[in-house]
Design a protein around this ligand. Sequence first.
Ligand code: NAP
Length: 183
Amino acid sequence: MPRTVYYTATTLDGFIADPEDSLEWLLRQTEEPPDDGFIDGVGAIVMGATTYEWLLRNLDGPWPYSVPAWVMTHRKLPLPEAGEDGKKPDIRFAKGSVSDRYFEMCTATGDRDLWVMGGGDLAGQFADEGFLDEIITWTAPVVLGKGRPLLPRRLDLELIEVGHSDPFVIARHRVVGPLREDG
Ligand SMILES: NC(=O)c1ccc[n+]([C@@H]2O[C@H](COP(=O)([O-])OP(=O)(O)OC[C@H]3O[C@@H](n4cnc5c(N)ncnc54)[C@H](OP(=O)(O)O)[C@@H]3O)[C@@H](O)[C@H]2O)c1
């Protein structure tokens, strides 16, 4: 069974983008994007429309992913251009409940991970259905005060692993389930 993992960078106060969807606070942290090998274990990706539009605006070359990528949207969005090899990116637009697509997504992973790229509410939609297994956060030494939330839900988590890659703190949490409301 593939793992469904929300893997993202965040500020210390729990935002994945500023209110204008800027990631400038993140991109200036390191010259090269750090690589922990996570992407090598990914068999399919799912993202929301805002994240996809950010990627399209900031593409520096062809679409960077070779695995199938679902984009959840109610709109008709453009496709990126084919790469130099003429190969079209495998991008699949979908809308509605994530449970309608989950089997298809998991099948496409070929037993590797399903990467929930974001945003936070989309990760929440997977958690609502009990599909979200893990959350891996790269926390940057920044607070923004406001912005796009990391995960606007009430969940219990279990810390599995913690590490750092300067200047980030990396944490891996298992999703236990809805927050226990004991009193
Ligand atoms: N820090 C990081 O590593 C990181 C990672 C990922 C994203 N980001 C950034 O964080 C921000 C996230 O933006 P966001 O919170 O707006 O989230 P988002 O998930 O990227 O986009 C939300 C939009 O996706 C569409 N959508 C979501 N679920 C849907 C569903 N079930 N069916 C149909 N459409 C659905 C809707 O758009 P429509 O109805 O308009 O189509 C919704 O308004 C972006 O700026 C992104 O670039 C940062």
